[in-house]
Design a protein around this ligand. Structure first.
Ligand code: FMN
Ligand code: SF4
Length: 429
């Protein structure tokens, strides 16, 4: 990609400094929306750009902004939790290009007619938070935050908020609970945050990378933005590349670039020289994609990856070469999800415990065929069920509330196929 749109600090030294950012057109887009555009015009421009959320689901951003109900006050919350293993793009943006991110938050807040916004970060980002507090203090001092901005009636302040480092707090409603000072557990949906979010008021939650796109869309226009990427997945994306590649790291590329280009031409392929056995496309929670050339030649956009049975998610591409034992992978990821289960839903709380037990037996070669069947059974009790919460909650009359358990069992359900006869696992009997 010739020019970075999101990782602009790679082209412009010291972009994290306010004066450098201002020299390169910084905060002009925010000034433009506040002084010359109505909130609805801002929403329409973001809608027209086709920008889709970069936090996982790929939901159209402008559409989400338009969903806010009529109640006031309203809030905007940036999701900088970045809790998914294998995801490290938001961290780079926060550290190296914080002004473009905050300008995106400000434009979003203006579009939402919110006067307060929060930037929620995982607890481990405490050092970044200290620097971002200084950034916000400088923005207040220089008149980019505060009352009557640019001589208008519009006022805005932004606060950084640190969580305590729980995976589940990346889920938007758990994040809102955490900001409110409560235990970080997801809420029952609906109502969605656009209706009843932070402090029960209409709230927009957007990922850090999503918001970092916005100043460039306002500055250069939706038509320009749509020249990058694919028709349904326009724009640039930061792909986090890790695992068995020579050159891991963040790569900003147009959506629709193939896995092969990222993994081999940019990433250098597996250092072992072995072939790629599998790809996790959306961090540890993603479906495991296998299938050699067919998968490698798949464009990395929301539709194409879904057509292969996966999900692009936050585009955290973990590459596994042929040396990887899928049973080991499943054990590792299951241990993580068992540890991170927030305990609210019984299938997840109990199921992840039992899956881990069985997987430990499998990895010790002490499991039987019946254990494999039991593992399949437990995983299928979890997979895809918790997002269908209202129905499932009614049926089982449990206290299940939300939203994320489809993720907790996906590595197991996928790799279970590989635990069947003919695989590397030796069953006891
Ligand atoms: C278990 C779980 C963890 C999540 N973690 C994150 C995260 O770390 N960062 C993030 O932006 N979104 C995360 N999400 C997605 C958010 O709930 C939400 O959809 C997203 O922040 C919306 O922003 P977007 O529309 O800009 O993508 C997570 C979702 C789930 C179910
Ligand atoms: S699925 Fe698991 S992590 Fe998600 S809310 Fe339920 S118990 Fe918590």
């Amino acid at each position: 990609m010739a020019e970075h749109i999101l990782l602009r600090h790679r082209d412009i030294p010291d972009l994290h400094k306010l004066d450098v950012y201002l020299q390169h057109g910084g905060y002009e887009a925010f000034k433009k929306v506040v002084t010359t555009m109505t909130p609805q015009q801002v929403i329409d421009e973001v809608k027209a750009s086709g920008l889709r959320g970069r936090g996982g689901a790929g939901f159209p951003t402008g559409l989400k902004w338009g969903f806010l109900t009529k109640d006031f006050p309203r809030y905007v919350t940036a999701n900088s939790d970045e809790s998914e293993p294998g995801t490290f793009k938001d961290r780079e943006i926060l550290e190296k290009n914080p002004h473009q991110f905050f300008e995106g938050v400000m434009i979003c807040a203006y579009a939402a007619q919110a006067n307060v916004a929060y930037n929620y970060m995982r607890g481990e980002f405490w050092d970044i938070a200290m620097r971002l507090d200084q950034v916000l203090a400088e923005l207040r001092e220089r008149g980019f935050l505060g009352k009557n901005l640019f001589g208008t009636n519009y006022s805005l302040d932004i606060h950084n908020h640190l969580g305590a480092g729980a995976y589940i707090c990346g889920e938007e409603s758990a994040l809102l609970e955490s900001i409110e000072g409560k235990l970080g557990q997801p809420r029952l949906k609906p109502p969605f945050p656009a209706d009843k979010g932070l402090y029960n008021k209409p709230t927009i939650v957007n990922n850090t990378e999503t918001l970092t796109n916005v100043p460039m869309i306002i500055a250069r226009g939706a038509a320009w933005y749509k020249t990058m990427g694919t028709e349904k997945s326009p724009g640039p994306k930061v792909f986090c590349l890790s695992g068995h590649v020579k050159n891991p790291g963040n790569y900003e590329l147009p959506l629709g670039t193939t896995f092969r280009h990222l993994i081999y031409e940019l990433g250098g392929g597996p250092p072992s020289g072995l072939k790629v056995k599998a790809i996790l496309t959306a961090g540890a929670s993603s479906t495991v994609l296998t299938g050699g050339d067919d998968i490698l030649d798949t464009p990395m956009d929301y539709e194409s990856v879904a057509a292969k049975g996966g999900a692009l998610g936050s585009a955290s591409i973990i590459v596994l070469d042929e040396s990887v034992d899928m049973a080991w992978l499943t054990l590792k990821t299951s241990r993580f999800f068992k540890h991170e289960s927030c305990g609210k839903c019984t299938p997840c709380r109990e199921g992840t415990y039992w899956m881990l037990n069985i997987l430990e037996r499998l990895n010790r070669h002490a499991a039987t065929k019946a254990d494999v069947d039991l593992l399949n059974n437990v995983a299928s009790q979890i997979a895809g069920k918790v997002p269908a919460i209202p129905q499932l909650a009614n049926r089982l009359r449990t206290g299940m509330r939300v939203a994320c358990s489809g993720t907790t069992s996906s590595p197991t359900t996928t790799t279970n196929r590989m635990l069947r006869p003919g695989n590397s696992i030796q069953l006891k009997a």
